[in-house]
Design a protein around this ligand. Sequence first.
Ligand code: UDP
Length: 231
Amino acid sequence: MAQAVQAVRRMLQAGGVHQIVTANGAMLVRAARDERIRHALNNASLAIADGIGVVLAARILGRPAFPRVPGVELAQEVCALAAAEKRRVFLLGAAPGVAAAAAEVLRKRYPGLQVVGVVDGYFRDDSVAIDAIRQARPDVLFVALGFPRQELWIASHRERLGVPVCMGVGGTLDVLAGRVRRAPQLVQHMGLEWAYRLMQEPRRWRVAISLPLVIVLAVVERVKEGWKRRQ
Ligand code: UDP
């Protein structure tokens, strides 16, 4: 988490446009067969392991170990940073009223935080949302449109938006606004936050079945790497 926050601080200092992705197993599985999603993920300035599937896949592949960094937590750390450095934050996404409620919570939690605009996630015309963001000139844009829409939305509009840090945040605004509860700490530490979410939102079964799938993909990749090394 500390490294991720440091990376965001550097992006803000450097300017330009940067995308942050909060990767989970479902994203990796979709990215494996969808070129556009793969491109968006591979072109991100920072990818954090939001889901346990990414941590397990890295372990299976023998990559250096890293812990989970939940996107909902990084988003709040970025708000703390934005408040301390007087950076401007914009919230895009979630159901009508949710982003505004999340903004109120953030302003209270991080005194001095400048939330310079909110637009809900059910706009019809991309240009309306883009114009609102451009006029507000934020330094940080949180996009809560769900995967893969938010990643593709940021990837295709980031140059026009000109926002230094754009981050897809999934259900973060719902959590901040108190509409959705996160799993208890113990469940999180057991690597079972996905199961808790599945119980709350059974329609997320597609995300949950990605966990065994991403493990299978990682094992296949590992075997392939082993074969290549032997040849
Ligand atoms: N959402 C939105 N517009 C849409 C579809 C979804 O703003 O057209 C919002 C939805 O209200 C929720 C978030 O996107 O706040 C998706 O959250 P979810 O936890 O499902 O994200 P995922 O884990 O699928 O990325």
